[in-house]
Design a protein around this ligand. Structure first.
Ligand code: ASP
Length: 325
């Protein structure tokens, strides 16, 4: 064997040994959890609770990094391109599936560029308006849009966001579309709804329920087929006339493709321990999240679910003819 071959082999053995040691010691420094929407919104609130639980499980700080814009695709692309060493992970919602059809020129592959860690849970949404809006029911809102769509504005967190998807389903059910105002997250969108700068929004319970209960906004309908215990008087969209309307927003954690298996195993174990913690569950339930049970919080279930959701939403989105950049 010549000397350069021996040096090459030694280097390969050392790299593998270092990789194994890195995986064994992992984590030795803080971990970034990307939340690709602005601070102060539903995704941010969920990510902060889960990151806190993961910090305890991994005995290292997991901090939330907010990079909003373009329906979550900017922050998501950043994690797809990150070093796959376990120190960059992503929390993304249903947009991981819907963005495949919404952004044909997207810079990452939602399946091939990520390793699934696990589902977090599901969150219903509520269609709400500013307090001074000239209608008090979903029917009143729909009538107003059908009569004069140019007089109404809808806020959302960009094409690919949950609020955009809800709007897309709503406008296709109503048969008319109003002017839409995109934000980097529904945290800032809700601020403008509270300030009366936009007319209505469909957002997750995290944001909508406290403001509806406080009387700061009007709640017209819940997007799932069952009413919320937190807003018992608010009908479902199905009850209020939009037959079959059924949308809830799921969240999940991912790592960049190529993250070593021993590190992925540690992340998946920490994810499962986090969701099994009574403190985390209480906090998530408190903001309206239906937490994934242990049988659903695994990488294999997330891989299958993501694929099924991409197949489910692709035709709906293509039929609506909406695309991002
Ligand atoms: N989840 C986003 C946020 O936290 C909102 C959305 O997707 O509509 O801002």
């Amino acid at each position: 064997m010549n000397s350069s071959r021996i040096i090459g082999l030694t280097a390969a053995v050392m790299t593998t040994a270092c990789g194994a040691a890195a995986a064994q010691d992992y984590p030795t420094k803080q971990i970034s959890m990307m939340m690709p929407f602005a601070a102060g919104g539903p995704g941010d609130a969920i990510a902060r609770i889960v990151a806190q639980g993961m910090s305890e499980a991994l005995k290292q700080q997991v901090f939330v990094e907010n990079v909003g814009g373009a329906g979550g695709t900017i922050g998501t692309a950043r994690v797809a391109a990150a070093n796959p060493d376990g120190y960059s992970i992503l929390m993304m919602h249903i947009g991981q599936a819907t963005n495949v059809a919404l952004y044909p020129n997207i810079k990452y592959d939602a399946i091939k560029d990520f390793e699934p860690i696990g589902l977090v849970g599901e969150v219903p949404m509520v269609i709400v308006s500013k307090k001074a809006f000239a209608a008090d029911t979903l029917k009143g809102l729909v009538d107003k849009i059908r009569a004069d769509k140019d007089s109404v504005t809808y806020a959302h967190a960009g094409i690919g966001s949950a609020s955009h998807l809800c709007g897309l389903l709503f406008f296709s059910a109503v048969g008319a579309e109003v002017r839409q105002v995109p934000y980097r997250g529904t945290g800032p969108a809700m601020n403008d709804l509270l300030g009366g700068q936009v007319d209505f929004l469909c957002d997750q319970t995290v944001n909508t329920v406290p403001n509806a209960v406080a009387g700061n906004i009007k709640a017209f309908a819940v997007t799932t087929l069952t009413r919320l215990t937190t807003l018992p008087a608010v009908p479902t969209a199905d009850e209020a006339g939009l037959k079959g309307f059924d949308l809830s927003i799921w969240y999940a954690n991912y790592a960049p493709k190529g993250t070593p298996k021993p590190i992925l195993d540690k992340l998946a174990t920490a994810h499962q321990a986090t969701l099994a913690s009574a403190t985390v569950k209480d906090k998530l339930n408190g903001i309206g999240v239906v937490v994934a049970g242990p049988e659903r919080a695994t990488p294999a279930v997330l891989a299958a679910y993501l694929k099924a959701e991409i197949e489910k939403w692709g035709p709906v989105i293509r039929k609506a003819g909406v695309t991002g950049q």
